[in-house]
Design a protein around this ligand. Structure first.
Ligand code: PA5
Length: 304
């Protein structure tokens, strides 16, 4: 499937209704790397009823026990860090679940939701994230439909996104993406999409944390015109003020990225898809294949 066709599947992915059955639990741990790992990061910003730990490592935290709902997320089902984390969770007696399209993870004998294969992992963000959201948040049908509608609109018209990609390419600039709660993980997702789809380095951080570090180089770094600064708009007055004052005192202008939609799930997926299209267009303009992850695959082979 062409990458642009992969992107168009997201509107249907958010309608994916898989979920896990859970009992009583005291914490949630979600393990996953890269395009699969983003699922846990997104969920952890949407849910705060119980502690959520995002595990992007071989080893799981010490607190994991029989009261932990542990979810291993790996599109291929063969990612070594995720398999190692899942094995440790099984040994510790956690309630282990998996989201995967196959591979060794699907053969571990844990409670598994099998999702469709054939996509790049990062294009399967809906399939990878919705089972977690459905299990612990149970979104309303109309919120899902709102998300699907906004994604479909982006599929039909992504000129704004193409223009941003053109500007980035024209100056050969490094994207800097600033998010804020509840879109910190989305800013990181954009960074990783620039990396994998467009094959360029990118950087992300978030308000208000960046006002305690990045704010200095925003004023004083060398060759500031090497960067393309973007900030997700916020509905929080304090954050809005920070965005404005940061621009003023550092002499930096941020391209404002506005979320659309009224429900949180719609706004999050809208922003995710916005970034998908910017990075897809940048890949196209650069004449690189957005599906190519050969260096990542080569590395996986060499260390296995
Ligand atoms: O998008 C990608 O291809 C990568 O970031 C992968 O998601 C990452 O290497 C982990 O692999 P998987 O998603 O199969 O667990």
């Amino acid at each position: 499937m062409e990458f642009s066709e992969e992107l168009k599947t997201l509107k249907d992915q958010v309608r994916f209704d898989g979920s896990f059955r859970t009992g009583t639990f005291s914490n949630i741990v979600i393990a996953g790397m890269g395009g699969s790992g983003i699922a846990g990061r997104i969920f952890s910003e949407m849910y705060s009823a119980k502690p959520v730990f995002v595990c992007d490592d071989y080893h799981i935290p010490e607190f994991v026990d029989g009261n932990t709902e542990f979810i291993a997320v790996s599109y291929s089902g063969n990612t070594e860090e995720t398999l190692s984390a899942a094995e440790e969770a099984i040994k510790k007696g956690a309630k282990v679940h998996a989201i995967t399209s196959g591979g060794r993870l699907s053969e571990m004998g844990v409670d598994t939701i099998k999702i469709p294969g054939g996509l790049q992992p990062r294009s399967a963000v809906g399939y990878l994230t919705m089972p977690i959201i459905n299990t612990f948040i149970r979104p309303k049908h109309e919120d899902i439909e709102e998300a699907a509608g906004l994604l479909s609109d982006l599929d039909k018209n992504n000129t704004v996104q193409e223009n941003i990609a053109t500007e980035i390419y024209a100056g050969r600039r490094i994207p800097v993406i600033y998010g804020s709660t509840p879109y910190r993980s989305v800013a990181y997702r954009w960074k990783t999409q620039f990396n994998e789809n467009a094959k360029i380095l990118a950087y992300s951080n978030y308000f208000s944390e960046l006002n305690h570090n990045d704010t200095m180089p925003l004023r004083d770094t060398y060759r500031k015109d090497e960067f393309y600064f973007m900030a997700f708009d916020s509905t929080d007055e304090r954050i809005r003020k920070r965005i404005e004052v940061t621009q003023k005192i550092t002499g930096t202008s941020f391209k404002k990225i506005e979320a659309r939609g009224s429900s949180l799930i719609a706004r999050i997926f809208y922003l995710i898809h916005f970034g998908d299209y910017v990075t897809y267009h940048l890949a196209r303009i650069r004449n690189v294949d957005p599906q190519d992850v050969s260096a990542i695959e080569d590395l996986k082979k060499r260390i296995s």
